[in-house]
Design a protein around this ligand. Structure first.
Ligand SMILES: Cc1cc2nc3c(=O)[nH]c(=O)nc-3n(C[C@H](O)[C@H](O)[C@H](O)COP(=O)(O)O)c2cc1C
Length: 184
């Protein structure tokens, strides 16, 4: 099973990116999680779309299409998804003339925040977008990693045992969900 994972944070010490690295390590046997950076996508602009569609945007679309499932780690800024993840979602829906890359795609959403709620508002906004894309978003279990600073060590390795256990459970359930929802 090939899963592609995107973090909505561009910063080096991102907890959301660290969470995906932990997920890659904790993935069940036979599952490969490829973490793909969205860094370098220009701000979405329909003129740019028409005149010079970014190579990276096209590559990311192909990654989504080819994967058996997608994991999204969603940071929350001001109770909404980070700009980079919204920008990525917008580019991934274009060009309009091509079949939608997310159509029936199994998706698992996670989020980490320094606050107590684990990016819960932002995760729900992303669910709304993916519903519009007709992706198949796993409903349960949800994954909210609050107080992220306390869950990682200084090398951004996930060390909190309860979080490790719930991430393993999330991943095992998601892989089952993805294998039951293959449309290609
Ligand atoms: C401008 C700004 C707004 C923020 N707003 C929220 C928020 O609404 N909810 C929340 O849980 N955390 C908020 N935070 C804290 C982020 O959760 C925290 O910076 C987190 O580490 C970002 O994700 P990252 O580590 O993957 O980069 C905010 C941070 C910044 C810089």
């Amino acid at each position: 099973m090939n899963i592609v994972a995107f973090s909505g944070s561009l910063r080096k010490a991102s907890y959301n990116s660290a969470l995906l690295r932990a997920a890659k390590k904790l993935a069940p046997e036979g599952v490969n999680i490829e973490i793909v950076s969205i860094d370098g996508l220009p701000v979405f602009d329909q003129d740019l779309e028409a005149s010079n569609f970014p190579v990276l945007a096209a590559e990311l679309r192909e990654k989504i299409k080819a994967a058996d499932g997608v994991l999204l780690a969603v940071p929350e800024f001001n109770r909404t998804p980070s700009g980079p993840i919204k920008n990525f979602l917008d580019w991934s829906s274009r060009p309009e003339s091509d079949p939608l890359s997310w159509d029936k795609k199994p998706v698992g959403i996670l989020g980490a925040s320094s606050g107590p709620r684990g990016a819960s508002f932002a995760q729900y906004d992303v669910r709304r977008v993916l519903g519009y894309f007709d992706a198949k978003v796993m409903g349960q279990p949800e994954f909210y990693l609050g107080a992220a600073k306390e869950k990682f060590d200084e090398n951004l390795e996930l060390t909190d045992e309860r979080t490790i256990a719930s991430l393993k459970k999330f991943l095992a359930t998601f892989m089952e969900f993805a294998s039951q929802n293959q449309s290609h």
